[in-house]
Design a protein around this ligand. Structure first.
Ligand code: ADP
Length: 415
C-alpha cells in the first residue's frame, strides 16, 4: 500500500441533507465536514447483490492512505489484505462487527488497526483504519528499554550476591580474600548507583525535553569548571588536557547551565576513559558556528582516508538562520569503527569489543548528551577513526548579545 503525503484529490464537498429542519441540516453538514477532517481513514462500503463491495463514501485521510481516485471503486482494488476483506465480508453478511490489525508490508510497512462496523442500511459497512506504526515503535522501545535496564542492573546485583555467598561460606576466615571481595563489591555497588543516577537523569531530561531552555550561560566558564573537576583523574592517567576557549563573556549560549555542564562532563569523561595513558585530550570552543548542509555532511571528514567516519547524531529541525556556539572535545584514543557510529546514542549501547572487561560505563552517557542537546535545539556530530581518536562536537544556540542585531555575521565556518 502506498501512502501519499498530499491528498490524492480535493476533498469531496460534504454530502447535502435535505431536512425540513434547517438546524438539523446545519448539524449534519457540520458532522460531515468533521468526518472529512478526521485523521483516521474512514470508508463506507456497500454490496449490491452478488457484486463485489464498492466504496460509496470516503474521508480525506482514507483517500490519501489508500490512494482512492473516486468513490465507486471496488474495495478489493484499494485494500487487498485477505484478512480485512474477509472481515468486511463477515460484517456485511452477518451484521457483526470486526476489529483486527494488519501490517501493510513492503519497504515502508505500516501497522494498521481496522474496525469494521455494520451500518443501518442493508449490506453497508463502515471501515475505519488507524495508523499505529509509531505507537507500536514506541511500545517496542519501552519494552526493550525495560529489558535492557533490568539486565544492566541484574549483572552487578548477581555479582554482589555471589560475593556475599562466598564471604558467608568458604572465604569467611580468609582476611585477604575478604578485602579483595569487598573492594569488588564496592565497585559493583557504585556501578549500580551510577546506573540508577543516569536512568533518573535521563527520565528527568526527557520530561521537559519539549520545553527549550530560556536562560543563558557562559560555555567557557562551564568548560573550565568541568575540566578542573577532572584534573585528579587526568593526572592519575598521566593525560594532558588542552583547553582552547574564548575569554569569559564571549561564548554565551541559550541554555540550561547544569545540563550543558552534564554534556561537557559526559564527553570529557569518555575522552579521558577511552584514551591511553599519556595521550592528549583537547577542548575547543567556536563562538560563531553555523549549521548547514556543509557542516552536517557526513562525507566531509579528514579522517575518512584512515578508515574513519563522521556522522551527525542529532540535528535541529531548522538551523540555517541560527548561529551556534560549538564545543569540540577530541581525543587520541582507540577511536570507534564507522559501523558503530549510528548507534552511539542508543541507550545502553557500548561498542562491542569494549564491553568486556570494562565495567565503568553505563552506556547511557551519550543518550543523555543527545536528549539534552535536543532540548536545546542544537546538534551533535561525531568523527572517529579506529586507532586515531574521536571528536564529538556539540552545538548550542548562541545568545544574541548587546549590540548584536538580527543581522549577525553569516560567515559559514564548517568544521
Ligand atoms: P559509556 O558509559 O559506556 O561510556 P556512553 O553512552 O558515554 O556510555 O558511550 C557509549 C559507547 O560509545 C561507549 O561504551 C564506548 O564504546 C563508545 N565511546 C564513547 N565515547 C568514546 C570515545 N571518546 N572514544 C572511544 N569510544 C567511545
Amino acid at each position: 500500500m502506498r501512502v501519499l503525503t498530499l491528498p490524492w484529490r480535493r476533498p469531496a464537498p460534504p454530502p447535502q441533507f435535505e431536512a425540513a429542519n434547517p438546524a438539523a441540516q446545519t448539524e449534519f453538514t457540520l458532522f460531515a465536514a468533521a468526518l472529512q477532517e478526521l485523521p483516521d481513514a474512514v470508508l463506507v462500503v456497500r454490496r449490491e447483490g452478488a457484486a463485489l463491495s464498492k466504496i460509496v463514501a470516503t474521508n480525506a485521510a482514507a483517500r490519501e492512505m489508500l490512494r482512492i481516485p473516486i468513490d465507486g471503486e471496488q474495495l478489493v482494488s484499494v485494500l487487498r489484505d485477505p484478512g480485512v476483506l474477509a472481515a468486511v465480508e463477515t460484517t456485511l453478511t452477518t451484521g457483526k462487527e470486526n476489529t483486527l490489525t494488519y501490517d501493510t508490508g513492503g519497504l515502508r510497512s505500516q501497522a494498521l488497526r481496522v474496525w469494521v462496523r455494520p451500518l443501518p442500511t442493508a449490506q453497508t459497512a463502515l471501515i475505519v483504519l488507524r495508523d499505529e506504526t509509531e505507537a507500536r515503535q514506541v511500545e517496542r522501545m519501552r519494552v526493550d528499554f525495560l529489558a535492557n535496564a533490568s539486565h544492566e542492573l541484574r549483572t552487578p546485583l548477581a555479582s554482589l550476591s555471589g560475593f556475599i555467598e562466598t564471604l558467608q561460606g568458604h572465604a569467611k576466615q580468609d582476611a585477604d580474600a575478604r578485602d579483595r571481595f569487598l573492594d569488588i563489591m564496592a565497585g559493583q555497588a557504585k556501578r549500580m548507583s551510577r546506573l540508577i543516577d543516569d536512568l533518573l537523569s535521563l527520565s528527568r531530561i526527557e520530561m521537559n525535553e519539549h520545553v527549550p531552555p530560556s536562560g543563558t550561560c557562559d560555555l567557557s566558564l562551564i568548560a573550565r569548571e568541568v575540566a578542573d573537576g577532572l584534573l585528579p583523574t587526568i593526572s592519575t592517567k598521566n593525560l594532558r588536557i588542552e583547553l582552547d576557549v574564548p575569554s569569559p563573556g564571549e561564548a554565551i549560549a541559550v541554555g540550561d547551565r547544569d545540563q550543558i555542564a552534564q554534556v561537557v562532563q559526559n564527553l570529557l569523561d569518555n575522552a579521558v576513559k577511552y584514551s591511553p595513558a599519556g595521550a592528549l585530550v583537547s577542548l575547543t570552543i567556536e563562538t560563531d558556528a553555523a549549521l548547514n548542509a556543509n557542516t552536517l555532511d557526513a562525507e566531509r571528514t579528514s579522517l575518512r582516508d584512515s578508515g574513519g567516519g563522521r556522522l551527525t547524531l542529532l540535528a535541529p529541525e531548522r538551523s540555517y538562520q541560527t548561529r551556534y556556539v560549538a564545543i569540540r572535545i577530541a581525543d587520541r584514543g582507540r577511536g570507534i569503527a564507522r559501523e558503530h557510529l549510528p548507534r552511539l546514542t542508543d541507550r545502553f549501547y557500548r561498542v562491542p569489543s569494549q564491553k568486556t572487561g570494562e565495567i565503568s560505563g553505563t552506556g547511557l552517557g551519550l543518550a543523555i548528551v543527545k536528549h539534552i542537546v535536543n532540548r536545546h535545539r542544537g546538534a551533535v556530530l561525531v568523527e572517529s577513526a579506529p586507532g586515531l581518536g574521536t571528536a564529538f562536537t556539540v552545538y548550542f544556540p548562541r545568545a544574541v548579545t548587546m549590540g548584536e542585531g538580527a543581522s549577525a555575521p553569516t560567515v559559514t565556518k564548517p568544521l
